[in-house]
Design a protein around this ligand. Sequence first.
Ligand code: APR
Length: 307
Amino acid sequence: MNKVAVIGSGNVGATTVQRLAELNIADIVMVDIVEGLPQGKALDILQAAPLMGYDVDVKGTNDYADIAGSDVVVITAGIARKPGMSRDDLLATNIKITQQICASIEQYAPDAIIMTVTNPLDIITYAALRCTQFDRNKVFGMSGLLDSSRFASFIAKELNCSVKDVCAMVLGGHGDSMVPLPEYSTVSGVPLSKLMDEATIERIVNRTINAGAEIVAYMKSGSAFYAPSAAIATMVESILNDTKRIVPASAFLNGEYGQHDICLGVPVKLGKNGVEEIIELELTKQEMEALQRSADAVREGISKIRS
Ligand code: APR
């Protein structure tokens, strides 16, 4: 049986565990710093197994030794964004938490693939890669698939069509500088520009960029977790089943898209080795410029963790 460790048993972590259990693809261990929280939530998820028909082990723990043997470790631990708080405000605390967790992963699950989720995502991913010294294919962040799913859901709503036929693509950093790509977004193969006018596309693009903040503003405390956990589960499944899905993710770039020494959202092929390929799309001058602005914003954050 495959094994997945989810670090953090808050909203994103616990919902991810639930989704993974329902996919029936791996035994799962959920780790949190708060005593009793992961144990209680894991037991609750386990007790749903007879009803939902999954047959995997789900364990909650405060002991990192329990992640031993994990194929994938998903890091959701950290503090979540509060209203009015930018993702960058979270930086210092979440970097420290990530470094502690990465040290435990190196100690107990040195062969694992690490998927970061904690915000600010691209910077946290870079920090995880740097502090573990794992190969770059084994450390990446979940971001673009969530942003693309949000974009796709808005497109389907606008066109009153099935989300199943929408294929949307968002590149760049997971933040205000993300780069939704209408040119690479289609409905049953038909480009978006043939289905809606420019003003409508722009409105949907802007809503996508602000989608996380829109939810935070509604909820007042806490941030999104249903769609994030769905994106995480989709990516974990592609790794464990070696499906080789092509999804946007925050990957370390070594010259791709003209970028070096940075983690940024780009389309990747996800299989049993993690990021097996980075796909380079042909971008227009404007899209390249937007991606560069996004890279600049992420680099500014990275420079803060270096200093
Ligand atoms: N080790 C393990 N767990 C930790 C640690 C640590 N060092 N520090 C904090 N945690 C746990 C908290 O105890 C809490 O249960 O991380 C969990 C975070 O849960 P929530 O506050 O509910 O946050 P959540 O909504 O799940 O978001 C987690 O994902 O999408 C991002 O921006 C979001 O960075 C945030 C992360």
